[in-house]
Structure formats: C-alpha cells, structure tokens
Design a binder for this molecule. Sequence first.
Ligand SMILES: [Zn+2]
Length: 478
Amino acid sequence: MSSYEAVIGLEVHAQLSTESKMFCACSTSAGSPPNTNICPVCTGQPGTLPVVNRRAIEMAIKAGLALGCKIERRSIFARKNYFYPDLPKGYQISQYEFPLCLGGGVTISTEGGKKTISLIRIHLEEDAGKLLHDYGHPDMSHVDFNRCGVPLIEIVSGPDMRSPKEAGDYLRTLRNVLVYLDVCEGNLQEGNFRCDANVSIRPVGRKEFGTRTEMKNLNSFKAVERSIAYEIERQTKVLESGGTVSQETRLWNDVAGRTESMRSKEEAHDYRYFPDPDLLPLIVEEDWIARTRSGLPELAGAKAERFVSNYEIPRADALVLTDDRALADYFEAVIASGAPARKAANWITAELMREIKDDERGIAACPIAPANLAGLIKLIEEGKISGKIGKDVFEMMFKTGRAAAEIVAELGVEQISDSSAIESAVDKIIAENPKQVEQYRGGKTAVLAYFVGQVMKATKGQANPQMLNDILKKKLET
Ligand SMILES: [Zn+2]
C-alpha cells in the first residue's frame, strides 16, 4: 500500500526569554492585562524608531552555536508586509535574505541509528499581537498588543524527516537544547515554542518533491505527530484516487483529529520583503561570538556522558535524567546531599517520575526537596526502614513535602533490626506451623517464603529482611 514516502520539514518559532521586547523596552511578561506592555514603538506609531535588543541577539547566537550553525557576521533586518488586525505596523520585522545563522543540524536517534536533520537557517524576528474572540462581547473581537514585538527566533529545518516520529524526536531534541541554553522556556501549550509542519509525499525512489501543505496550530508534540500522520494519509488517498494535492495552509483540529483547509499558501513574494530602512545591518563581532561560545552551558548529550562516567549510572537512566535540565539538576542536588548516585537515579527515574509524569511542570511539581529524598535513601541504606516501607514513606513525602525521618518516627515503621526481637517472632511462627517445618526439613525449601511471609505479617512488614532470612534458615536447619 505504502508506495509513497513522506517528506517533512519543520519551522519552529521559539520565543527568546528576554525581559524586554525585540525593538523597545516594553516588558515581555505574558501574564499582564491586555495592552499594558505597549509603547509607540511596538504599536507602530509614526515617527518612532526601533532599537535592537542586545540580549535577544546574544540568545540567538547561543542557539546558533549550540546547533552547529555558522553565525553570520553581517545580517539584515527586513520588513515582511502583510495586513492583519494584530499587526499594527502592517509589517513584521524579520530577517529574509541575510539571516543571522546558516546551516547546522539536530541529531536524533532512529531505529537505523543516529540521523542528523539539517537546519537551513535561524533568523530573528518579532512576534505579532493576539486577537481575543471571547472577551466579553460575543459579536466583537478584541486585540491585545502585549505580544507585539516579543523576540522570536525562527528555526527552519531541511526537508529531512520521513515519519511523524522523526518529526517529534527532532522537535523534542531541539526544545531540549533551547531550554538547556536558557534562551527559551519551550512551553508548547503556552505558545513560546511553536511549530508549523510542511508535509508532502512522493513515490518511493523519486527525487523531486511533491506538493506540500503547511500545518499550523500544533501546540503539543502529540499534535505534531498526529497531524503529520493524518496529512500523509490524506495526501496518499488524494493521489491514489487520481487527484492532486493543492498547496495550502491547513489547520490541525485536535478534537476532530484532522487537518482542515485554511487558505491557499502564501509565497515569499506575497510579503514584498525589503530591508528595514530604520535598522542598520546587524554586525556581530568575532570576539562576541567567541565569548558566547566559551560561555555555552553543558548540553544534554555531554551531561548524559558525564553522568555515566562520573556517577556510574546506566546509560538509559542518564538519558532520562538529562532529558530535562531541571531534572538533571535535581539528580545532582540529591547526590550532593549525600545519596549514592545509583540509588538516587533509581528513585528518581522510577518512583518520582511516575508521580510527576502527567504534570506539565515536570520536576518543578515535585514537593520533595533533594535533601529529603537523600534522607529517605539514607534511612533505607542504613537499614532503618525496609525498601518496601520506603515506598510508602516516599508517597507520604510526595503528598506532604515533609522529611522522611519525621514520617518514619510518626508512623512507627522503623525497621526491626534487633535480632532478639526477630528471633522471638521466628520461634513463634515455627512453633505454630509444624507441618511446614516438616516439609522444609524434608527438602521442600520453597516453604521458606511462607515463613518469611508469616513473620513479616506478624511484624507488620518491619523485620529487616536480610536478618529475617538468616535467622529463619538457621532455626529451620537445626
Ligand atoms: Zn514597546
């Protein structure tokens, strides 16, 4: 059936985490009431002049360097003209012929090994405002200009992805890099990391591209993957029934699970780009690039390698822990509080991640302080509580944010490591179960588990398991 191959390219708009806008001093804060973070510059009043935000340029250079791009010493801001109610100037300042970054790539893992998705360019631009259609008046739309002029980088990939999964992996890896660099918050739902997908199909083996459609409104990784899968199927059906795919922009409808035609796709010439006469060419000095390069933080890949070699944890755990920079920091804070690395990795990747897996905030949603998790691990290591009780204590810590020792003392669940106490419990069980004792002594050693269970029941699970085993064996075998 599938004699077609998909060709996928992604355009990502990432909001840079600056405090002020791209060309004026207004705040970029997202939570402000409508039209409070605005000024004559970002609302396009006549006679105003834009001034470039140095921090935004620096963040874009950081992103470019980390993604292996060539940083252009000279780039040009251009006007992209179009008319829309949320764009008061009637144009958006972007970069067109001469972007800040060229080339580069993002490496992902596929079933066939590593694959590098090429980047064509990264350019700087400003965001537009937002239309509000449900702001009190059902028959009116409102416009909020707060987002006008917020700095973005647009990251354009090559048409190198061949499946929805590759697109999802590319996007996750790219997001991870930007978050590590502290240049973007990377939140798809909040719109500070947005993705448009270009999808076409072609007969397997053919070099020329098919007609592509562009999909918008993809505000989760899942939406990206689902919409691409849908679009591949839709285009395949069109071609197989003898039709032609029309070049258009389509909107992903997440609830209905389908893409819907929105408008015919604009071409670059529709925007009548020209260099912005109000802005000088952007000249980036070589030593600025060098300084930025030397200040780049450790990225996920390098961090994972370091975790494997320094902490001797399994690579799979290292990859999970470094997938999120905040999680990696948490892990290292638990170790710094005295926990053995392997145990810390186990608790975080198993118990802790299960608790937070549905929470978008990630590790920020975890009420257990790193020192408290280290405290819990220590209690188990010292034999004060069993691993099983440790899990119960962990759950209470997660609910209350309290320290392990406090909860253990309050519940009275400290492990019995007093051999005489365990011995008397064992004696009692042995006396009560002569038949099972016979079986054990007759060679049916599997009955040991029965005795362990009985003693654990009698001690409410608090007997030190190692000691219990030793004492039981000794007593049953004499
Ligand atoms: Zn402003």
